[in-house]
Write a protein that binds this ligand. Structure first.
Ligand code: PEP
Ligand code: MG
Length: 316
């Protein structure tokens, strides 16, 4: 089965009716990056940078960031690479932020990082240097306000000026209901959006993402789908592209809906690239749009899944 899926690696990631859906990889290590390149990903849609620092007692230095980034970014010369800044959050935070957590919950790490702007500047310095040969984009996780994104953009621009390099596009992750609410305003400040369906799904459905019952399939719930569709509309009105980088971007019962609401890019784990490409190539974007529109009027996840199976994957 693996070989059957890999047979389409070099074919375009587009639907039967010719809608291009860029297929990128989620990576955090050089090994994953190699796997993504082997599976012919169109670069990296999410480079997670916080994982090596989950035991840190101090904000990482530029050199520490560089040591993590160089083995990954050196494999991605000339390719689009979306580097996400440190995303310490409720489910992953280091001793550095332990005193900010309440009952084991940190909430968002972004405000703490903005309170230490040198922490941002050091990471930006490392990204711009280690990624100089890449088609870089910077992505800010857990954005909740326009001011937060603007502050990040200001620090990035200062670092780029200091290094004498162009400022790469900066995008917002849309993974909080607050961000969906202000998607139009954010779109005015951002270069792109990337939907973090893992957090967005648990937030919209008011679940704890550490709960084992939380599955990528839940992104097909009508309320989550409505949030995604609102985000895409706000972005497209401003000419921005929308990526989805949560695990739902690889789920067979969610992919047709993401295409149906107009998502431009799917970013998935390297091991999922071959299968998602094959699935994109078996879908008709017009059918997906009809199914998504219908799904948003339903009450339950089960009714959405039924219509996706019937209309998109009748053999499944
Ligand atoms: C997400 O929230 O969907 C996401 C891609 O980021 P993470 O899983 O790292 O929070
Ligand atoms: Mg997230």
């Amino acid at each position: 089965r693996r070989e059957v899926l890999a047979a389409e690696r070099d074919l375009p990631s587009q639907t039967l009716d010719g809608r291009a859906v860029a297929l990128r990889a989620n990576v955090a290590t050089a090994i994953e990056t190699k796997a993504a390149n082997n599976a012919n990903a169109d670069g990296v849609g999410l480079l997670r940078t916080e994982l090596p620092f989950l035991d840190t007692h101090k904000w990482p230095t530029a050199d520490q960031h560089t040591a993590v980034l160089t083995p990954i970014l050196s494999k991605l010369a000339g390719k689009p690479v979306t580097v996400r800044t440190l995303d310490f959050a409720d489910d992953k935070f280091p001793p550095l932020l332990a005193d900010k957590a309440v009952d084991g919950h940190l909430g968002r790490g972004l405000p703490y990082m903005l309170a230490a702007p040198q922490a941002f500047a050091n990471q930006f310095r490392a990204i711009l240097t280690a990624g100089a040969a890449c088609d870089l984009r910077i992505m800010i996780p857990m954005v909740a306000t326009v001011d937060e994104l603007a502050s990040c953009a200001r620090i990035l621009a200062e670092v780029a000026t200091e290094l004498g390099v162009p400022t790469p596009p900066i995008g917002a992750m849309i993974e909080l209901p607050e961000a969906v609410e202000i998607a139009s305003e954010l779109a005015g400040q951002a270069g792109f959006f990337s939907i973090g369906s893992n957090d967005l799904t648990s937030q919209v459905l008011r679940l704890d993402r550490r709960d084992p019952a939380v599955s990528p399939a839940l992104a097909a719930h009508p309320r989550v789908l409505q949030a995604i569709a609102r985000t895409v509309t706000a972005a497209h009105e401003r000419g921005l592209k929308v990526s989805v980088c949560g695990d739902a971007a690889a789920h067979p019962l969610v992919v047709p809906l993401l295409i149906g609401v107009g998502c431009d890019v799917l970013s998935v784990a390297p091991a999922a690239l071959d299968e998602v490409r094959v699935r994109i190539r078996r879908l008709d974007a017009r059918v997906c749009a009809e199914v998504a529109a219908e799904a948003m009027g339903f009450e339950t996840l089960e009714s959405v899944q039924r219509v996706v199976r019937q209309r998109c994957w009748p053999e499944m």
